[in-house]
Design a protein around this ligand. Structure first.
Ligand code: FA5
Length: 358
């Protein structure tokens, strides 16, 4: 065999092997190293090219052209294989990243894992509010709702707190940019609904008034800036403090059961006289003192007292004839205590892992 025939045969063999290796590369990495090995400067193909110098002019030209053609065919083959592998890699990545957000948000994370649709349910605070309403309806109370935006008169003045009264500082108020400066506000408690009720319905009356309240507060374990209260008002002839104490006791037993320790402690509110505060044993530490109750062993649920005659007089109700009691309890606190939560903020975090348990 002449030298040129020898080279031609070798070229055919090298091309066949290289074509097989390139076409069979399993991924882009394997393809790149096959290309370097088969088409690079140290490849058998390159070595073959360096042997052409020993041939005569015509043969060298011919074989040189054959060699370049073989190299071009192999390069084209590598490109085709590369495009194919690149497309497959993109496809695989898209499949991996595919996130069906519709499925995730409609069914919730637990359903997603189990593949079973999950039913939604009412938030713990809403369920607590419903339950409190049921308890009071069972005790003969009606349910009344007020508005969240109030005027200064209903939130403060009619409740025996004239402008600049020091007791106003008990409630850090968020004002709305409406009407007179500081004339319209987001109610800081549900007590203004008492005033509306006395004005529009008048005695005798027995009602609870649940709803959302707002205060300029920094949230902590027992405080939120947006929270809920349930107000109670009973006005009739001959109502006394014993009626208030009895009502509070029947209510706390109905809601917490017999075991819960409660206490009524003397306090002050401008719209009740005498005034008291209702506390329950801290459910987190059992009364020993902890972070949740700030070490006191008790958690305050709300205020109460005999309606101050000035409040009745302010809305034209005869305070010589009618007497009454009122209370305002924190719904979020009631929910937190019975669910055994150590931090009120857990109720607004919307962590489904917690909300599913309470
Ligand atoms: C009042 O708001 C009075 N209006 C209650 C009242 C009504 C007294 C009728 C007398 C007669 P106080 O600010 O203490 O009072 O709030 C009552 C309850 O609401 C608290 O004991 C607590 O349970 C709840 N509460 C008050 N502020 C917050 C808050 N920032 N976050 C969560 N709960 C709160």
């Amino acid at each position: 065999m002449s030298a040129s025939e020898d080279i031609r045969a070798e070229l055919a063999a090298i091309e066949a092997l290289a074509a097989e290796a390139l076409a069979g590369a399993a991924d882009l990495g394997a393809l790149r190293s096959a290309e370097a090995e088969l088409l690079g400067r140290r490849s058998a193909l390159a070595a073959l090219g360096s042997r052409l110098g020993a041939l005569g002019e015509a043969e060298r030209r011919q074989l040189g052209a054959d060699l370049n053609a073989a190299r071009a065919r192999l390069a084209e083959l590598a490109r085709t294989r590369s495009d194919l592998l690149e497309a497959a890699r993109r496809e695989a990545r898209l499949e991996e990243d595919r996130l069906d957000l519709t499925e995730a948000s409609l069914l919730g994370p637990r359903a997603w894992v189990r593949g079973v649709p999950e039913r939604g349910r009412l938030h713990l605070v809403t369920r607590t509010r419903d339950e409190l309403e049921d308890i009071f309806v069972g005790m003969g109370f009606g349910v009344v709702e007020g508005t969240e935006a109030e005027t200064d008169w209903y939130n403060f003045e009619a409740l025996n707190m004239p402008p600049a009264h020091p007791a106003r500082s008990m409630w850090d108020t968020l004002y709305l940019d409406l009407g007179e400066p500081e004339g319209v506000l987001l109610r800081t408690h549900t007590s203004p609904v008492q005033v509306h009720l006395l004005e529009t319905v008048g005695p005798p009356l027995r009602a609870v008034m649940p709803g959302r309240c707002y205060r300029k507060e920094t949230p902590d374990a027992r405080h939120l800036a947006v929270f809920h209260q349930i107000e109670g008002l009973v006005v009739d002839e001959g109502i006394g403090f014993a009626d208030l104490a009895g009502t509070v006791e029947v209510f706390t037993r109905a809601y917490f059961g017999q075991e819960m320790l409660t206490r009524l402690r003397p306090s002050f509110f401008p719209f009740t006289e005498p005034s008291a505060e209702l506390d329950v044993t801290c459910p987190v530490c059992g009364g020993a003192g902890c972070r949740t109750c700030s070490g006191s062993g008790w958690i305050e649920l709300g205020g109460a007292g005999m309606v101050d005659p000035n409040v009745l007089d302010a809305v034209g109700v005869d305070s010589e004839r009618w007497t009454g009691f009122a209370f305002g309890f924190g719904i979020d606190r009631l929910a937190m205590i019975r669910a055994g939560l150590d931090d009120l903020r857990a109720l607004t975090d919307n962590d489904l892992r917690l909300l599913h348990q309470v």
